[in-house]
Write a protein that binds this ligand. Structure first.
Ligand code: ASP
Length: 337
């Protein structure tokens, strides 16, 4: 598949526009993105109760299929599924049969034979969740937990929830994404979400070597100078240098990168005084962000993590609902056919 494959839209939405897989934000409109945010809002309260459970996925089996390492995403998906009352299986791919040569399709066939209802997939190859969604048994939902450089839609949506909580709106906001945009699936999904939800301006601030060639066509303005880029910002999102995806030397040195693009208190002071600081994690202190900023009063980095649970509950329950609606529609068509 190509990265912006329109077939993702028909694959991830039912005939009447409900979510049935969650692969990418491409093709999802403002109404659906807002519905995800509103549904997540309703789940925040569940996380504040002493008994943090609702029965929406009771009797369902969710398999966390992580082919790439993860801390926050995997654990918040697990917590989200458990708070929806699902049974959860975490498959450690490094110790699974994949390492004995089993193909992805065969692993999936075996997991489906265990009557799984949902796979949460992280993979280093862009398009892997799309491929799985195309081949999986009808009724089984696929949720993308990050594929290569392509997309990380639940991360972008938890970021949107955090922005909406702190700013109350998207209209009129100036948002910058700083650092390694080239290798960032997070940045691609964020740019898409911010534009669809009506942000006034999305800037990317980075050296040319860390920007994709077509970056402006994603819907953002490029700024190479951090001091100029920080002006009037309402939200600044820092990215990690994704060395695991870098081929060759793209930077003179980490020290030089930090000097030019690292966020410290002096650079943050150039933004609007109410500017919030975000980061998808894991953060590298002293590489892209100074501790005084990461732990400072404008940082909402830990709110992002908390919001990850509510967003993942929203997406999982909506996709399962879409799968059920799809099945009922097909049964009704069969009955009348
Ligand atoms: N956790 C995010 C991701 O999986 C960002 C990062 O790793 O830097 O893409």
């Amino acid at each position: 598949m190509t990265v912006n494959d329109p077939s993702s839209t028909s694959l991830q939405l039912t005939a009447d526009g409900q979510l049935r897989h969650f692969l990418t934000l491409d093709g999802l409109d403002r109404t659906l993105l807002t519905e995800i945010l509103d549904t997540a809002d309703s789940f925040i309260e569940v996380g504040e109760r002493s008994i943090k459970k609702v029965p929406l996925l009771r009797g369902r089996t969710v398999v966390n299929l992580f082919f790439e390492s993860s801390t926050r995403t995997r654990s918040t998906f697990e917590l989200a599924a458990k708070r929806l009352s699902a049974d959860v299986l975490n498959l450690d791919i490094s110790t699974s049969a994949t390492s004995k040569g089993e193909s992805l399709s065969d692993t999936l066939l075996n997991l489906e034979a265990m009557a799984s209802d949902m796979f949460v997939v992280r993979h280093s190859q862009s398009g892997a969740p799309h491929f799985i969604a195309e081949s999986v048994t009808p009724g089984v939902a696929i949720i993308n937990a990050g594929d290569g450089r392509h997309a990380h839609p639940t991360q972008a949506m938890l970021d949107m929830l955090t922005i909406r909580q702190h700013k109350g709106r998207f209209e009129g906001l100036k948002v910058a994404i700083v650092g390694d945009v080239l290798h960032s699936r997070v940045a691609r999904s964020q740019i898409r979400a911010l534009n669809e939800l009506g942000a006034a301006e999305v800037r990317v601030i980075a050296p040319a070597t860390l920007l994709p060639r077509d970056v402006e066509s994603l819907g953002c303005r490029v700024e190479y100078d951090m001091a100029r880029g920080m002006k009037d910002l309402d939200v600044v999102i820092m990215l990690r240098l994704q060395k695991e995806r870098m081929e060759g030397a793209l930077l003179p040195s980490e020290r030089e990168f930090y000097r030019l693009y690292g966020l410290n208190q002096e650079k943050l002071a150039l933004a609007d005084p109410g500017c919030i600081v975000m980061h998808p994690g894991p953060i590298n202190r002293g590489v892209e962000i100074e501790s005084a900023v990461a732990d400072g009063p404008q940082s909402v980095i830990l709110n992002q993590v908390t919001n990850g649970i509510a967003i993942r509950m929203a997406v999982m329950s909506m996709a399962m609902g879409g799968q059920v609606a799809d099945r009922n529609r097909k049964l009704a068509e069969g009955a009348h056919g």
